[in-house]
Design a protein around this ligand. Structure first.
Ligand code: ADP
Ligand code: NA
Length: 333
Protein backbone atom coordinates (compact mmCIF):
# COMPACT_ATOMS: atom_id res chain seq x y z
CA UNK A 1 0.00 0.00 0.00
CA UNK A 2 1.12 3.49 -0.86
CA UNK A 3 0.91 6.72 1.13
CA UNK A 4 -2.01 8.78 -0.28
CA UNK A 5 -0.12 11.41 -2.21
CA UNK A 6 -1.12 13.93 -4.86
CA UNK A 7 1.27 15.16 -7.53
CA UNK A 8 0.56 17.64 -10.30
CA UNK A 9 2.35 20.30 -12.32
CA UNK A 10 1.91 23.29 -14.58
CA UNK A 11 4.27 24.49 -17.32
CA UNK A 12 5.88 27.91 -16.90
CA UNK A 13 5.36 28.55 -20.59
CA UNK A 14 3.49 31.85 -20.46
CA UNK A 15 0.73 33.42 -18.42
CA UNK A 16 -1.88 31.40 -16.54
CA UNK A 17 -5.39 31.20 -17.97
CA UNK A 18 -8.76 30.74 -16.31
CA UNK A 19 -8.57 27.18 -17.73
CA UNK A 20 -5.39 26.47 -15.75
CA UNK A 21 -6.96 28.01 -12.68
CA UNK A 22 -10.24 26.09 -12.74
CA UNK A 23 -8.92 22.86 -14.27
CA UNK A 24 -5.79 22.67 -12.15
CA UNK A 25 -4.74 25.26 -9.60
CA UNK A 26 -8.02 25.73 -7.74
CA UNK A 27 -8.36 21.98 -7.46
CA UNK A 28 -4.77 21.69 -6.20
CA UNK A 29 -5.73 24.07 -3.41
CA UNK A 30 -8.90 22.08 -2.65
CA UNK A 31 -6.85 18.88 -2.33
CA UNK A 32 -4.33 20.62 -0.10
CA UNK A 33 -7.13 21.86 2.16
CA UNK A 34 -8.90 18.48 2.22
CA UNK A 35 -5.89 17.17 4.13
CA UNK A 36 -6.48 13.60 2.97
CA UNK A 37 -3.25 13.41 0.92
CA UNK A 38 0.27 14.75 0.97
CA UNK A 39 0.31 17.33 -1.83
CA UNK A 40 3.27 17.89 -4.15
CA UNK A 41 3.06 20.59 -6.84
CA UNK A 42 5.63 21.45 -9.42
CA UNK A 43 6.51 24.01 -12.05
CA UNK A 44 7.47 21.76 -14.93
CA UNK A 45 10.16 23.77 -16.69
CA UNK A 46 11.68 20.68 -18.33
CA UNK A 47 8.37 20.21 -20.11
CA UNK A 48 8.23 23.86 -21.14
CA UNK A 49 11.49 23.59 -23.12
CA UNK A 50 10.11 20.82 -25.34
CA UNK A 51 9.34 23.88 -27.47
CA UNK A 52 11.98 26.63 -27.47
CA UNK A 53 11.67 29.21 -24.68
CA UNK A 54 13.52 32.47 -24.35
CA UNK A 55 15.76 31.86 -21.30
CA UNK A 56 15.00 35.14 -19.52
CA UNK A 57 11.28 34.73 -20.13
CA UNK A 58 11.38 31.16 -18.84
CA UNK A 59 13.12 32.27 -15.66
CA UNK A 60 10.54 34.98 -15.14
CA UNK A 61 7.56 32.75 -16.01
CA UNK A 62 8.75 30.16 -13.50
CA UNK A 63 8.83 32.70 -10.67
CA UNK A 64 5.51 34.13 -11.80
CA UNK A 65 3.95 30.69 -11.76
CA UNK A 66 5.28 30.13 -8.26
CA UNK A 67 3.72 33.44 -7.22
CA UNK A 68 0.49 32.28 -8.89
CA UNK A 69 0.45 29.05 -6.92
CA UNK A 70 0.93 30.88 -3.64
CA UNK A 71 -1.53 33.66 -4.48
CA UNK A 72 -4.16 31.04 -5.40
CA UNK A 73 -3.75 29.42 -1.98
CA UNK A 74 -0.95 26.87 -2.15
CA UNK A 75 0.73 27.10 1.25
CA UNK A 76 4.38 26.01 1.25
CA UNK A 77 3.86 24.85 4.84
CA UNK A 78 1.13 22.43 3.74
CA UNK A 79 2.26 21.46 0.23
CA UNK A 80 5.62 20.82 -1.38
CA UNK A 81 6.11 23.45 -4.09
CA UNK A 82 9.18 23.37 -6.31
CA UNK A 83 10.72 23.57 -9.73
CA UNK A 84 11.08 20.36 -11.74
CA UNK A 85 14.66 21.01 -12.89
CA UNK A 86 15.74 21.53 -9.27
CA UNK A 87 15.03 17.84 -8.57
CA UNK A 88 17.24 15.92 -11.05
CA UNK A 89 15.46 12.68 -10.11
CA UNK A 90 12.72 13.63 -12.60
CA UNK A 91 15.07 13.56 -15.59
CA UNK A 92 16.88 10.48 -14.28
CA UNK A 93 13.71 8.46 -13.83
CA UNK A 94 12.45 9.91 -17.11
CA UNK A 95 15.33 8.17 -18.90
CA UNK A 96 14.43 4.82 -17.34
CA UNK A 97 10.85 5.32 -18.49
CA UNK A 98 12.02 6.23 -22.01
CA UNK A 99 13.29 2.66 -22.03
CA UNK A 100 10.00 1.26 -20.69
CA UNK A 101 7.52 3.19 -22.83
CA UNK A 102 7.02 2.09 -26.44
CA UNK A 103 7.25 4.20 -29.59
CA UNK A 104 3.72 3.16 -30.52
CA UNK A 105 2.33 4.48 -27.23
CA UNK A 106 3.86 7.89 -27.87
CA UNK A 107 2.71 8.00 -31.48
CA UNK A 108 -0.89 7.66 -30.34
CA UNK A 109 -0.78 10.73 -28.08
CA UNK A 110 -3.17 13.36 -29.42
CA UNK A 111 -1.23 16.20 -27.77
CA UNK A 112 1.91 15.11 -29.65
CA UNK A 113 -0.03 15.10 -32.91
CA UNK A 114 -1.56 18.51 -32.18
CA UNK A 115 1.64 20.17 -31.03
CA UNK A 116 3.97 18.67 -33.63
CA UNK A 117 1.46 19.42 -36.39
CA UNK A 118 2.34 18.50 -39.95
CA UNK A 119 6.04 18.86 -39.39
CA UNK A 120 6.75 15.96 -37.01
CA UNK A 121 10.25 15.46 -38.42
CA UNK A 122 11.18 18.87 -37.13
CA UNK A 123 9.62 18.59 -33.64
CA UNK A 124 12.00 18.03 -30.74
CA UNK A 125 12.64 14.53 -29.47
CA UNK A 126 11.66 15.91 -26.06
CA UNK A 127 8.18 16.84 -27.28
CA UNK A 128 7.72 13.23 -28.39
CA UNK A 129 9.06 11.77 -25.13
CA UNK A 130 7.16 14.28 -22.95
CA UNK A 131 4.65 11.74 -21.58
CA UNK A 132 7.46 9.47 -20.29
CA UNK A 133 8.92 12.40 -18.36
CA UNK A 134 5.44 13.16 -17.06
CA UNK A 135 5.18 9.56 -15.86
CA UNK A 136 8.49 10.10 -14.05
CA UNK A 137 7.23 13.34 -12.46
CA UNK A 138 4.33 11.43 -10.96
CA UNK A 139 5.94 8.10 -10.15
CA UNK A 140 9.09 9.63 -8.60
CA UNK A 141 6.74 10.42 -5.68
CA UNK A 142 4.75 7.18 -5.85
CA UNK A 143 1.81 9.54 -6.30
CA UNK A 144 -1.54 7.81 -5.96
CA UNK A 145 -3.70 10.65 -7.34
CA UNK A 146 -3.18 13.32 -10.00
CA UNK A 147 -5.64 16.21 -10.37
CA UNK A 148 -5.58 17.42 -13.99
CA UNK A 149 -7.80 18.87 -16.69
CA UNK A 150 -9.43 16.56 -19.19
CA UNK A 151 -6.76 17.29 -21.82
CA UNK A 152 -4.26 15.32 -19.71
CA UNK A 153 -6.35 12.15 -19.44
CA UNK A 154 -4.48 10.30 -22.17
CA UNK A 155 -1.09 11.14 -20.64
CA UNK A 156 -2.31 9.82 -17.28
CA UNK A 157 -3.30 6.56 -18.95
CA UNK A 158 0.21 6.33 -20.34
CA UNK A 159 1.61 6.88 -16.83
CA UNK A 160 -0.47 3.93 -15.65
CA UNK A 161 0.82 1.82 -18.56
CA UNK A 162 4.41 2.71 -17.68
CA UNK A 163 3.90 1.68 -14.04
CA UNK A 164 2.23 -1.59 -15.03
CA UNK A 165 4.88 -2.46 -17.63
CA UNK A 166 7.78 -1.61 -15.31
CA UNK A 167 6.29 -3.71 -12.51
CA UNK A 168 5.67 -6.57 -14.93
CA UNK A 169 9.05 -6.43 -16.73
CA UNK A 170 10.97 -6.51 -13.46
CA UNK A 171 8.60 -8.74 -11.52
CA UNK A 172 8.01 -6.18 -8.78
CA UNK A 173 5.10 -4.31 -7.28
CA UNK A 174 7.03 -1.08 -6.96
CA UNK A 175 5.16 1.71 -8.75
CA UNK A 176 1.52 2.52 -7.95
CA UNK A 177 -1.05 2.60 -10.74
CA UNK A 178 -1.98 6.25 -10.33
CA UNK A 179 -5.58 7.48 -10.45
CA UNK A 180 -6.40 10.64 -12.41
CA UNK A 181 -8.71 13.04 -10.59
CA UNK A 182 -10.77 14.82 -13.23
CA UNK A 183 -13.75 16.23 -11.36
CA UNK A 184 -16.02 19.25 -11.21
CA UNK A 185 -17.76 21.48 -13.71
CA UNK A 186 -14.68 23.05 -15.24
CA UNK A 187 -12.25 20.29 -16.18
CA UNK A 188 -12.33 21.48 -19.79
CA UNK A 189 -12.71 25.24 -20.10
CA UNK A 190 -13.26 26.18 -23.74
CA UNK A 191 -12.21 29.20 -25.79
CA UNK A 192 -14.54 32.20 -25.44
CA UNK A 193 -14.46 32.61 -29.23
CA UNK A 194 -14.84 28.98 -30.35
CA UNK A 195 -16.68 26.36 -28.29
CA UNK A 196 -14.80 23.52 -29.99
CA UNK A 197 -11.32 24.57 -28.83
CA UNK A 198 -9.94 24.50 -25.29
CA UNK A 199 -8.99 27.78 -23.66
CA UNK A 200 -5.22 27.92 -23.96
CA UNK A 201 -2.33 30.28 -23.34
CA UNK A 202 -1.03 29.39 -26.79
CA UNK A 203 -4.17 30.52 -28.68
CA UNK A 204 -3.11 33.51 -30.84
CA UNK A 205 -6.35 35.33 -29.97
CA UNK A 206 -6.14 37.00 -26.55
CA UNK A 207 -9.94 37.48 -26.64
CA UNK A 208 -10.30 33.68 -26.55
CA UNK A 209 -9.10 33.44 -22.96
CA UNK A 210 -9.16 35.11 -19.59
CA UNK A 211 -5.65 35.54 -18.23
CA UNK A 212 -5.15 35.43 -14.47
CA UNK A 213 -3.57 38.87 -14.73
CA UNK A 214 -6.35 40.54 -16.77
CA UNK A 215 -7.85 43.61 -15.09
CA UNK A 216 -11.56 43.98 -14.30
CA UNK A 217 -12.38 45.95 -17.47
CA UNK A 218 -10.62 43.43 -19.70
CA UNK A 219 -12.40 40.50 -18.05
CA UNK A 220 -15.78 42.22 -18.42
CA UNK A 221 -15.10 43.05 -22.05
CA UNK A 222 -13.99 39.53 -22.97
CA UNK A 223 -17.05 37.99 -21.32
CA UNK A 224 -19.39 40.54 -22.92
CA UNK A 225 -17.95 39.60 -26.32
CA UNK A 226 -17.89 35.84 -25.63
CA UNK A 227 -19.69 33.85 -28.30
CA UNK A 228 -23.13 32.47 -27.33
CA UNK A 229 -26.28 31.43 -29.16
CA UNK A 230 -29.58 33.32 -29.41
CA UNK A 231 -31.37 31.27 -26.74
CA UNK A 232 -31.52 32.10 -23.05
CA UNK A 233 -30.40 29.98 -20.11
CA UNK A 234 -32.22 26.69 -19.54
CA UNK A 235 -33.30 25.59 -16.07
CA UNK A 236 -31.50 22.22 -16.26
CA UNK A 237 -28.12 20.97 -17.55
CA UNK A 238 -29.69 18.95 -20.36
CA UNK A 239 -30.83 22.22 -21.94
CA UNK A 240 -27.14 22.95 -22.62
CA UNK A 241 -26.58 19.91 -24.82
CA UNK A 242 -25.33 20.88 -28.29
CA UNK A 243 -24.75 24.43 -27.05
CA UNK A 244 -20.99 24.35 -26.38
CA UNK A 245 -20.52 28.11 -25.93
CA UNK A 246 -23.48 28.48 -23.58
CA UNK A 247 -22.44 25.42 -21.63
CA UNK A 248 -18.90 26.73 -21.31
CA UNK A 249 -20.02 29.99 -19.69
CA UNK A 250 -22.24 28.12 -17.23
CA UNK A 251 -19.40 25.68 -16.47
CA UNK A 252 -17.08 28.61 -15.76
CA UNK A 253 -19.66 30.14 -13.42
CA UNK A 254 -20.06 26.80 -11.63
CA UNK A 255 -16.29 26.34 -11.36
CA UNK A 256 -15.74 29.82 -9.95
CA UNK A 257 -18.62 29.63 -7.48
CA UNK A 258 -17.97 26.03 -6.43
CA UNK A 259 -21.51 24.99 -7.42
CA UNK A 260 -22.79 22.27 -9.72
CA UNK A 261 -24.21 23.26 -13.11
CA UNK A 262 -27.71 22.38 -11.90
CA UNK A 263 -27.32 24.62 -8.83
CA UNK A 264 -26.27 27.49 -11.07
CA UNK A 265 -29.17 26.93 -13.45
CA UNK A 266 -31.63 26.80 -10.55
CA UNK A 267 -30.59 30.41 -9.88
CA UNK A 268 -30.17 31.83 -13.36
CA UNK A 269 -32.38 29.62 -15.58
CA UNK A 270 -34.69 31.74 -17.73
CA UNK A 271 -32.31 34.72 -17.91
CA UNK A 272 -30.89 35.99 -21.18
CA UNK A 273 -27.12 35.91 -21.69
CA UNK A 274 -27.14 39.70 -21.70
CA UNK A 275 -28.20 39.48 -18.03
CA UNK A 276 -26.04 36.48 -17.12
CA UNK A 277 -22.77 37.78 -18.56
CA UNK A 278 -22.44 40.71 -16.11
CA UNK A 279 -23.05 38.29 -13.22
CA UNK A 280 -20.33 36.04 -14.61
CA UNK A 281 -17.83 38.85 -15.03
CA UNK A 282 -18.50 40.18 -11.53
CA UNK A 283 -17.90 36.71 -10.14
CA UNK A 284 -14.72 36.25 -12.21
CA UNK A 285 -13.35 39.62 -11.10
CA UNK A 286 -14.26 38.83 -7.51
CA UNK A 287 -12.31 35.57 -7.56
CA UNK A 288 -9.39 36.54 -9.81
CA UNK A 289 -8.56 40.12 -8.79
CA UNK A 290 -7.28 39.23 -5.30
CA UNK A 291 -5.09 36.52 -6.82
CA UNK A 292 -3.51 38.79 -9.42
CA UNK A 293 -2.98 41.54 -6.84
CA UNK A 294 -1.23 39.08 -4.55
CA UNK A 295 0.82 37.70 -7.45
CA UNK A 296 2.07 41.19 -8.25
CA UNK A 297 2.96 41.77 -4.60
CA UNK A 298 4.87 38.49 -4.37
CA UNK A 299 6.76 39.26 -7.57
CA UNK A 300 8.26 42.31 -5.86
CA UNK A 301 10.31 40.07 -3.59
CA UNK A 302 11.96 37.48 -5.81
CA UNK A 303 14.33 36.37 -3.07
CA UNK A 304 11.33 35.16 -1.04
CA UNK A 305 10.09 33.15 -4.03
CA UNK A 306 13.55 31.68 -4.57
CA UNK A 307 13.74 30.74 -0.90
CA UNK A 308 10.38 28.94 -1.04
CA UNK A 309 11.43 27.06 -4.19
CA UNK A 310 14.78 26.01 -2.75
CA UNK A 311 13.07 24.71 0.37
CA UNK A 312 10.46 22.86 -1.69
CA UNK A 313 13.12 21.23 -3.88
CA UNK A 314 14.82 19.88 -0.77
CA UNK A 315 11.56 18.36 0.47
CA UNK A 316 10.76 16.91 -2.95
CA UNK A 317 14.16 15.26 -3.25
CA UNK A 318 13.79 13.66 0.17
CA UNK A 319 10.90 11.66 -1.31
CA UNK A 320 12.18 11.19 -4.86
CA UNK A 321 15.84 10.27 -4.22
CA UNK A 322 15.17 6.99 -2.33
CA UNK A 323 12.56 5.99 -4.93
CA UNK A 324 15.08 6.61 -7.73
CA UNK A 325 17.77 4.71 -5.86
CA UNK A 326 15.48 1.72 -5.44
CA UNK A 327 14.50 1.94 -9.12
CA UNK A 328 18.16 1.76 -10.15
CA UNK A 329 18.63 -1.29 -7.94
CA UNK A 330 15.60 -3.02 -9.48
CA UNK A 331 16.90 -2.28 -12.97
CA UNK A 332 20.38 -3.62 -12.14
CA UNK A 333 22.39 -0.47 -11.62
P1 ADP B 1 -1.58 24.58 -21.04
O1 ADP B 1 -2.43 23.38 -21.41
O2 ADP B 1 -2.36 25.82 -20.75
O3 ADP B 1 -0.40 24.76 -21.93
P2 ADP B 1 -0.32 22.98 -19.00
O4 ADP B 1 -0.10 21.92 -20.04
O5 ADP B 1 0.81 23.39 -18.17
O6 ADP B 1 -0.96 24.26 -19.63
O7 ADP B 1 -1.52 22.50 -18.09
C1 ADP B 1 -1.55 22.70 -16.71
C2 ADP B 1 -2.83 22.14 -16.15
O8 ADP B 1 -3.92 22.96 -16.55
C3 ADP B 1 -3.17 20.72 -16.63
O9 ADP B 1 -3.70 20.00 -15.53
C4 ADP B 1 -4.22 20.96 -17.66
O10 ADP B 1 -5.08 19.84 -17.80
C5 ADP B 1 -4.94 22.16 -17.10
N1 ADP B 1 -5.61 22.93 -18.16
C6 ADP B 1 -5.01 23.60 -19.17
N2 ADP B 1 -5.92 24.18 -19.97
C7 ADP B 1 -7.15 23.86 -19.45
C8 ADP B 1 -8.50 24.17 -19.81
N3 ADP B 1 -8.77 24.91 -20.87
N4 ADP B 1 -9.50 23.69 -19.03
C9 ADP B 1 -9.22 22.94 -17.93
N5 ADP B 1 -7.97 22.61 -17.54
C10 ADP B 1 -6.94 23.06 -18.28
NA1 NA C 1 -2.01 21.03 -21.17
Amino acid sequence: TFTPRVFSGIQPSGGLTLGNYLGAMKRFVDMQEAGTHETVYCMVDLHAITVWQDPEKLRRATRELCAGFIAAGIDPKKSILFNQSAAPEHAQLGWIFNCVARMGWMQRMTQWKDKAGKNQQNASLGLFAYPALMAADILAYHATHVPVGEDQKQHLELTRDVAIKFNHDYGVDFFPVTEPVIEGAATRVMSLRDGSKKMSKSDPSDASRINMTDDADTIAKKIRKAKTDPEGLPSEAKGLEDRPEARNLVNIYAGLSGQTVDQVLAEVGGKQFSEFKPLLSDLAVDKLAPISTEMARLMEDQSEIDRILAHGAGQAREIAAPILKKTYEIVGM
